[in-house]
Design a protein around this ligand. Structure first.
Ligand code: MTE
Ligand code: MO
Length: 424
């Protein structure tokens, strides 16, 4: 039983305990030890249902759904948030990938849609979707995260909300499409070009300026999402994908890429995503989603059912590279234990972390902290607030003007196994 010795306060166990403890630990967790003969279930007694042409999750899993900020589709931004507390692993199912659409999802006809690449190029070109689909494809396993994700944590008081409400504006998928370096080889690049202005074909024609160096590094125009064509809300029939960079720059329903000497200083890059800092100055540009993590199980709305062994699990990711380490605390950050990282651990991709935990109804405050291979570590909450400012509250009530919160999230567990959001 020596593998079950706690390695940090309040019952955190060695991350290898599940491997070494194996069956004994599993039995302690589930209490399956008493074997009884199985009875014949109703679904075992006859033929099953028709296999549908396109599968959907079981009717028993209706709770795993996105929450909508604008369910009537009024003429303003719509947010659909990923239910992180009800998901596992590292990939977000396409139907649960978060969506932010500033003017709804346009219904794009792939036969009529075109992508133009022009400006400081040697040969301006216009591509049909069919033409793009004939280029050699590459895949990026990467997260997309809105700069406003987790902004409720800028609130002076902890907002009681699920991981979905707090962190649901980030998701992760395998995106497949054509490398922009390939397409720019076709058009040629004028030596004066420094920026690429990307524009969507939805009615606001959302556009953002991207440094040419990022475009040539790892950017793609994505045609596929987890193996199937990109979902309508995520940019069908094609989107710009900039691994690890602010969600808003990943222009959906992409119709135009203009190479230029200067950035466009568009609405989103010079207003929404250049918030005023405590010094009174503002970032001129802020592109990268920095290293971050949060615990998804347990969390608000996903508490414990009786004392015993549990697996604490969550997500870590960094727009600067690969996750190298995640530490978990059960006493609000006083003592820490290293979590196991689920393979594969990929750069600019969700990494699932897990650690076994023995909970005996004692009070606990759960927290995680991640490191990346570029040498960055998640800041403390006071550090990130000093750097970015508190911002002010905007409608809806859970949104704050400050951006890119990547400090810790703390979940306090009470004696009944309920979970509350706290600042520790
Ligand atoms: N054309 C266009 N592109 C867009 C948007 C939009 O409204 N229109 N929303 C942006 C925002 S704010 C974010 S955070 C990401 C979200 O990508 P997703 O909806 O695929 O998750 O798309 C960005 N790209
Ligand atoms: Mo966003």
């Amino acid at each position: 039983m020596e593998t079950f010795q706690p390695v940090a306060a309040n019952g955190l166990l060695d991350r290898r305990a599940f491997l070494r403890g194996g069956a004994a630990l599993a039995a302690a967790m589930t209490g399956y030890a008493r074997a009884e003969p199985l009875s014949e279930a109703p679904w075992s007694k006859g033929p099953g249902e028709l296999v549908p042409p396109y599968g959907t999750p079981s009717k028993h899993e209706k709770a795993a759904a996105r929450t909508l900020s604008n369910p009537k589709g009024e003429p303003r931004t719509q947010h659909a948030r990923t239910p992180h507390h009800l998901l596992q692993g590292m990939a977000t199912p396409n139907g649960l990938h978060f969506v932010i659409s500033h003017a709804g999802d346009p219904e794009v006809d792939p036969a009529q849609h075109r992508l133009a690449i022009h400006g400081l190029v040697k040969r301006p070109l216009v591509f049909t979707i069919e033409a793009l689909a004939r280029y050699p494809m590459v895949s990026r396993f990467t997260f997309v995260e809105c700069g406003g994700n987790s902004s409720p944590l800028f609130s002076p008081e902890p907002i009681q909300a699920t991981a979905q409400a707090l962190h649901g504006l980030s998701s992760c998928a395998e995106w497949t499409g054509v490398a922009l370096s390939t397409l720019l080889e076709e058009t040629g690049i004028d030596a004066k070009a420094r920026w690429v202005i990307a524009e969507g074909s939805d009615s606001p024609h959302l556009h953002r300026s991207v440094p040419l160096s990022k475009i040539l590094d790892d950017a793609i125009v994505a045609l596929y999402q987890n193996g199937e064509r990109v979902m309508p809300g995520n940019g069908y029939p094609l989107r710009l994908l900039l691994p690890g960079w602010e969600g808003n720059m990943n222009v959906k329903w992409l119709r135009r890429l203009e190479l230029a000497e200067q950035p466009a200083m568009s609405y989103y890059e010079s207003r929404t995503y250049a918030p005023i800092l405590p010094s009174g100055k503002a970032y001129r540009f802020y592109f990268v989603n920095e290293v971050k993590s949060f615990i998804t199980q347990p969390s608000v709305g996903y508490g414990m059912k009786g004392p015993g062994f549990y697996e604490i699990s969550g997500l870590a990711y960094s727009g600067n590279g690969r996750i190298t380490k995640v530490m978990v605390s059960a006493d609000g950050g006083k003592t820490w234990a290293e979590a196991a990282l689920q393979e594969p651990v990929l750069a600019k991709c969700f990494t699932r972390f897990r650690i076994p935990w023995q909970w005996n109804r004692g009070p606990a405050v759960l927290q995680s902290r991640a490191w990346d291979d570029a040498g960055n570590v998640q800041p403390s909450r006071p550090e990130i607030i000093a750097a970015r400012g508190q911002g002010s509250r905007v409608a809806p009530v859970t949104a704050f003007i400050s951006q890119h919160y990547n400090g810790p999230t703390s979940w306090a567990v009470d004696a009944n196994g309920g979970v509350r959001h706290v600042y520790a």
